[in-house]
Write a protein that binds this ligand. Structure first.
Ligand code: CA
Ligand code: CA
Length: 218
């Protein structure tokens, strides 16, 4: 009976991880003009869940240096939310912004978008993901560019790694190194030491005075 209860959460985890792949993810923001071109608005690597892209008239093909390419299919909805006359409505539009969460792997060089088999945009992404100039900036993160970015770089991605450095992108709860940093700054605060000495002196003086008065009364 007990083993049944132990197996259940395990099965849920296996099922969830097969539906939503958790790991290194490429967040791709595309501007799509209906029946026309596609442009690349933003690109960022992070840790998270990749989406499911198996059906649709649009295809994103990710080409790698070392391995065969991978394709992801989706159908953009040319609609936007509007608030009109006190109600929320969805109306048709010709331009939309589509965000895709693709599984990310090292060596990604080109993203190509096709609409019904016709090329709508080709984007060389290698230098965007890592330009190897020893500066962590632009679209680079520790995930796509460990050469330029450090695990604790301010790159918009929280890497909760124990490396004795607080990642400014993490909350204090997520990166245990940040908690330690707070503790250390508290300990080394010179003002805190002065307050402590003053309080100790006042307490000492009160005790001295009390003892002195007590002895005199006797
Ligand atoms: Ca760089
Ligand atoms: Ca970071």
């Amino acid at each position: 009976m007990r083993s049944k209860y132990l197996i259940l959460p395990f099965l849920v985890i296996v099922l969830a991880s097969s539906v939503f792949a958790y790991g290194r993810v490429l967040e791709v923001t595309l501007k799509i003009v209906k029946d026309d071109y596609v442009s690349l608005e933003d690109l960022k690597t992070k840790i998270g869940f990749a989406g499911e892209y198996e059906k649709g008239n649009y295809t994103v093909t990710a080409s790698y240096d070392s391995k065969s390419s991978e394709s992801f299919k989706f159908t953009p909805k040319f609609e936007i939310n509007v608030f009109e006359g006190g109600i929320h409505k969805r109306i048709g539009t010709n331009v939309i912004r589509q965000i895709l969460y693709l599984p990310y792997d090292d060596g990604l060089s080109v993203l190509e978008v096709t609409n019904d088999g016709e090329i709508a945009g080709i984007f060389p992404v290698r230098d965007l993901l890592c330009n190897e100039d020893s500066i962590c900036g632009g679209n680079e993160t520790f995930i796509s560019c460990p050469l330029d970015c450090e695990s604790h770089s301010a790159d918009g991605v929280c890497m909760a790694i124990k490396d004795n450095e607080c990642d400014p992108d993490c909350s204090f709860e997520r990166d245990s190194d940040c908690k330690k940093e707070i503790k250390e700054t508290k300990q080394s605060d010179p003002l805190l030491k002065i307050y402590f000495v003053i309080i100790a002196l006042i307490l000492g003086f009160i005790i001295y005075l009390s003892v002195h008065l007590f002895v005199r009364r006797k």
